[in-house]
Design a binder for this molecule. Structure first.
Ligand code: ADP
Length: 377
């Protein structure tokens, strides 16, 4: 009988040893830390992985509850005790789970998910022994922070658009009043004004008109994408329709227009039309007075997206301005040289981004421009 008991004991011992190895390997493999706290004796075993998580060798940190209480971020310590007290008061029903910050040896913050449990109580119901694990969640926290930041950005963005929409919408009304009264005033009084007065009234009329244009453009811009719906868009037809609409412009400029046999793509139909129209009219507008304008619209199919290019032989854009031109109301020319409000490319950028694509330009001053954009498939 003793023999078999001994054999059993040996067997149990071997199994225990086996379990210990598995356990150690799990700790090593997952880089999780393990702690075992004898609460009343005030001693605590801290696994080597526990210490590694904060940049220490096993021998560098004492196995004591004071160790983690010193390493933890002081702002997070009270919360830990609060959860611990609840866990104890509810005899373990309230889980001991917390996300806390520790200081790494190099001074950086390590976010830790700490989960523990009292596994022994004395006769008075006081906790005797508690064990738990530490998992490094710093990366998770970083992702979480980025996601929060993204959410905030998106929210701010939509607030800003809402603001632009409301502002431009509400500005239209008083502007209309100004424009119509300036008109009435001019009709009634222009002949009674001297040359200086007429000149001034002319400025007012022009400025009010210009402001109306800007406000209208801003409203259009903020409306872009509001009622968008995704569908199959035949770009051949889109570009043909645009060409019909701007036929007069094409004729007057004598532009030589070459358009690839464009594909049908999944896109927002109204927006995609505005995009092509803006790029094409710009390509014609910013032409070189000494040369016959030539505009090529081409495309390439890549694995994940389409690339479209609108190339002209016009005045070109110096590299230092190439980012600025996509910003709303930013123009490189005086109104008297080339007409416009500076909204076209901002619209293009917004439209391409609504499609989750990218837009840019390749150009040199005086050497034509190639605007390109991608639309994901
Ligand atoms: P707008 O055409 O009303 O001025 P855009 O936003 O369409 O406004 O363009 C912004 C500026 O970018 C233009 O004023 C012009 O200076 C420059 N630009 C746009 N397209 C071209 C082009 N094809 N060639 C040269 N410059 C261009």
């Amino acid at each position: 009988a003793t023999l078999s008991i001994q054999a059993e004991l040996l067997e149990t011992k071997a199994q225990l040893h086996d379990k210990q190895i598995v356990f150690d390997n799990i700790l090593e493999g997952t880089m999780a830390g393990y702690w075992d706290w004898m609460i009343q004796e005030e001693t605590e075993y801290l696994s080597p992985t526990f210490k590694q998580m904060f940049g220490y060798e096993d021998h560098e940190l004492e196995n004591s509850p004071l160790t983690w209480q010193r390493l933890i971020h002081p702002d997070d310590l009270p919360g830990v005790f609060e959860i611990f007290n609840k866990h104890v008061a509810t005899k373990g029903a309230y889980p001991y789970d917390c996300e806390v910050r520790y200081f790494h040896k190099d001074g950086s913050i390590v976010w830790v998910f700490c989960r523990g449990k009292v596994i022994e109580w004395d006769e008075q119901g006081q906790p005797v022994r508690m064990v738990g694990s530490h998992v490094d969640i710093t990366k998770l926290k970083q992702v979480e922070r980025l996601e929060n930041y993204n959410r905030l950005l998106e929210q701010k963005n939509s607030e800003l658009e809402q603001f632009a929409y409301v502002a431009s919408h509400d500005l239209q009304e008083p502007l209309r009043t100004i424009t119509s009264f300036v008109e009435i005033f001019a009709e009634d009084h222009l002949d009674k004004l001297d040359a200086e007065g007429q000149r001034q009234l002319n400025y007012i009329t022009q400025a009010a008109g210009r402001m109306s244009d800007l406000v209208k453009d801003l409203l259009d811009y903020s409306r872009l994408g509001k009622d968008r719906y995704l569908t199959d868009v035949d770009l051949k037809k889109v570009v043909n329709d645009i060409i019909k609409d701007i036929a007069k412009n094409i004729e007057e400029s004598k532009v030589l227009l070459n358009v690839d046999a464009l594909p049908t793509i999944r896109a927002y139909p109204h927006e995609i039309r505005v995009l092509f129209q803006n790029l094409l009219t710009n390509a014609i507008k910013f032409n070189n007075p000494d040369e016959r304008p030539v505009v090529n619209i081409t495309f390439a199919e890549e694995e994940k997206h389409w690339v479209f290019r609108v190339k002209d032989n016009g005045i070109g854009i110096a590299p230092k301005h190439q980012e600025r031109i996509f910003v709303i109301f930013q123009r490189l020319h005086n109104q008297s040289v080339y007409e416009g409000t500076g909204i076209g490319l901002a619209q293009c950028k917004k439209i391409v981004e609504l499609h989750r694509g990218e837009i840019g330009v390749v150009s040199e001053k005086g050497a034509g421009s190639t605007f390109f954009f991608t639309i994901p498939k």
